[in-house]
Design a protein around this ligand. Structure first.
Ligand code: NAD
Length: 248
């Protein structure tokens, strides 16, 4: 890291179910791995480290939209690892003077997301199914809501967090669109983009599935100057056309 001005740390064991099966590996990668990045950055004289946290730190506690000042509750080794990312980042700022920022991403989507894994985001799975002419699988009644944010907006948030003069004191910041949509409305919107109504297969609800997820993004706006530029339909259009091109 010598000579490096700032570090963006995104690497992680990203699957919640895998973290439940392999808590030690999750801890080694997400908690210890981030500690190692922060230590190496400090030793190399890096100015700022921006790390990926997650909306998972809010757990299933009531209250919507989620604000950074609300209580947190880790409900998986993955979420505990992300809380540890936030705590160590804050300690490296207050104790060692390293500038740090943690970004609590909500549901990120966009082209080239891996749809093959069962842990992929719902939009990548829906777009792979739609472009193959297959039905969409919905777990539960489809009324669960999510705050989907397009990947280019997340990339912009990352750049802002690396450079914003006001940030760097160990803040944890929501990065989302600030709008929520149910999975059934999402399926409908994807059908509208493609010009055909999707067929939907309903399967039993998944245990522990959060019912509502919506972020308050006003802190990101104040601290970083972050404003999402992509609406859901625009992001879906770009994601679906990339998925269709890939099949050709
Ligand atoms: N995609 C989302 O919706 C979302 C939501 C919340 C948080 N996040 C966080 O954002 C970050 C990026 O996620 P993503 O969706 O791009 O996932 P991803 O799986 O595409 O990227 C994670 C990367 O980490 C790498 N990695 C894993 N273990 C490693 C190790 N031991 N050493 C080095 N590299 C290792 C993987 O090879 C992979 O390239 C992660 O920290 C994730 O927890 C993502």
């Amino acid at each position: 890291m010598k000579g490096c001005d700032a570090v963006l740390h995104l690497a992680a064991l990203v699957s919640v179910p895998e973290s439940v099966r392999s808590p030690r590996m999750s801890h080694d990668i997400n908690a210890t791995g981030t500690f190692n990045v922060l230590s190496a950055a400090r030793e190399a004289g890096v100015r700022r480290v921006v790390s990926a946290s997650s909306a998972a730190v809010y757990g299933n506690l009531p209250g919507s939209p989620k604000k950074e000042s609300m209580s947190l509750r880790a409900e998986s080794p993955y979420a505990a690892g992300k809380l540890s990312v936030e705590h160590y980042s804050s300690v490296f700022s207050s104790v060692y003077g390293l500038e740090t920022v943690c970004l609590r991403y909500f549901n990120v989507f966009g082209p080239r997301q891996n749809a093959a894994s069962q842990y992929s985001g719902v939009i990548s799975r829906f777009s792979a199914a739609l472009s193959a002419g297959e039905p969409l699988t919905v777990f539960g009644d489809g009324g669960q809501t999510r705050d989907f944010v397009y990947v280019a907006d997340v990339a912009r948030a990352n750049t802002l967090a690396l450079t914003a003069a006001k940030a760097g004191k160990g803040e944890a910041v929501n990065i989302a669109s600030g709008r929520s949509v149910s999975l059934l409305s999402l399926a409908g919107a994807m059908g509208t983009v493609l010009g055909k109504a999707p067929r939907i297969l309903f399967r039993p609800a998944r245990e522990g599935d959060i019912r509502r997820s919506l972020a308050d993004i006003s802190f990101a706006r104040r601290l970083l100057g972050y404003r999402p530029a992509y609406g859901l339909e625009q992001g879906l259009g770009l994601t679906l056309s990339a998925a269709l091109k890939k099949r050709r």
